[in-house]
Design a protein around this ligand. Structure first.
Ligand SMILES: Nc1nc2c(ncn2[C@@H]2O[C@H](COP(=O)(O)OP(=O)(O)O)[C@@H](O)[C@H]2O)c(=O)[nH]1
Ligand SMILES: [Mg+2]
Length: 388
């Protein structure tokens, strides 16, 4: 050790002496400019100091880790708010649909002269808002008849008529309950399917919060095994509400992940009321998709019935999104729709079209990126907000 320090000291002195001589002699006249010698001297010094610095840094890091470890706060388990009334709380998020679609229609219907052109414009407004051609023409036909019968048209009457028509198209009588209740000792199982990027994983996380907020417990299954990031994402969501996440290595069999999630929720310490299974959304081939989702479902059903297959659809993707969603609806028996990103579109009419196209009710709507921005869909609040 002593010998090393001595050797290093000699080396430093030698460098300094050599550097000094080098600097003093030929560079003297050009001292205004940074010379090569000036640069090499400190760099030699640095070279000597480096191991020390590194060692110091290492010690410091190790010290920090040891010192900080006990300070890391345990992940605090949150208690999310119950789901009831969320749509009312989040109704301002529909502002874009409200101003373009809702107010647009009210203005047109309230115009002095309801001639052929105006009716056409009303129909166009509905189609532009993604209501769909069939529903748009039905709404216009019914409104025409009612306006004729009514005779007078004050703003309140117009609003009332439109409200009635839009509500009829959305069908308030459809059962929109998300079945999260366990069956005795068996958990309820919810599969979440849909194209990548629509908001599946996020919705699984938000749904776990809904379940916990409503007084139940949840286990999450990360059956999108194509991307490890999806399982990480799910773990973050689950961790916040104390919902365990079952995951496996990237590329693992999604069905086995789903099965294990259900098994975990069925017995032992992690017994839970509801299992939420996130799935992969690649649209490679219809058969591939059918094989994969079908297998996940079949394997889960060896143990528990699947209560819900929720199809996630991004409200901002319009016809294209709907076309892709249809493929999913063809390969699995979808029981409800989660319509995400309704906060980001002026085309709120998609609610009507998607139900008509897929023949299943919109059960949940995504109204933002916040953790509790997933709301049970309430048709009356939706229509009233559009026409406010
Ligand atoms: N504004 C908004 N963004 C959303 C909503 N739902 C999901 N997202 C965003 O959509 C993106 C994709 O979501 P992700 O769950 O990863 O999609 P996945 O590929 O289907 O699993 C994320 O940035 C989410 O924050 C919503 O209701 N509103
Ligand atoms: Mg995902």
């Amino acid at each position: 050790m002593d010998y090393t320090i001595f050797a290093v000291a000699i080396f430093v002195v030698a460098i300094l002496v050599f550097g000094g001589v080098f600097l003093i002699r030929p560079r003297r006249p050009e001292s205004g400019q940074p010379g090569a010698g000036e640069e090499s001297a400190p760099s030699a010094g640095t070279a000597v100091a480096e191991p020390e610095e590194a060692e110091e840094a290492g010690t410091a890091t190790a010290g920090t880790v040891t010192a900080e470890e006990p300070e890391v706060p345990p992940t605090e388990v949150e208690t999310p708010p119950p789901s009831a009334g969320r749509m009312v709380r989040l109704r301002a998020r529909l502002a874009r649909s409200q101003s373009t679609f809702g107010h647009g229609l009210l203005n047109l219907l309230g115009s002095d002269k309801l001639d052929e052109d105006t009716w056409e414009e009303i129909e166009d407004t509905l189609v532009t808002a993604d209501v769909g051609v069939t529903s748009a023409s039905q709404i216009v036909d019914n409104l025409r008849t009612k306006v004729k019968v009514l005779g007078t048209r004050g703003p309140d009457e117009v609003r009332g008529l439109l409200r009635e028509e839009l509500l009829a198209q959305i069908n308030p009588d459809l059962d929109r309950t998300v079945r999260t209740e366990p069956h005795g000792t068996r958990p309820a199982v919810i599969m979440v399917v849909g194209v990548n990027g629509t908001g599946k994983t996020t919705s699984c996380g938000k749904l776990a919060r809904v379940v916990v907020g409503d007084g139940h417990s949840a286990v999450l299954g990360a059956a999108d095994t194509f991307r490890a990031a999806a399982a990480d994402q799910l773990e973050t969501w689950g961790g916040r509400v104390g919902a365990p996440v079952v995951r496996k290595d990237e590329g693992a069999d999604p069905a086995s992940v789903a099965f294990d999630a259900v098994a975990r929720a069925s017995e032992g310490d992690d017994r839970a009321d509801t299992v939420i299974i996130d799935t992969a959304g690649r649209l490679h081939t219809k058969t591939g998709l059918m094989d994969e989702l079908g297998k996940v479902k079949r394997v889960v059903e060896k143990r528990c019935q699947v209560d819900e297959v929720l199809l996630v659809l991004d409200a901002t993707t319009g016809q294209n999104g709907l076309r892709q969603a249809r493929v999913f609806a063809e390969v699995v028996n979808v029981t409800g729709i989660v319509l995400t990103k309704l906060d980001g579109t002026a085309k709120g009419g998609i609610v009507i079209q998607v139900q008509r196209e897929l023949g299943v009710p919109v059960k949940l709507v995504g109204l933002g990126e916040g953790p509790d921005d997933l709301a049970p869909f309430d048709p009356e609040t939706f229509v009233d907000t559009l026409l406010e």
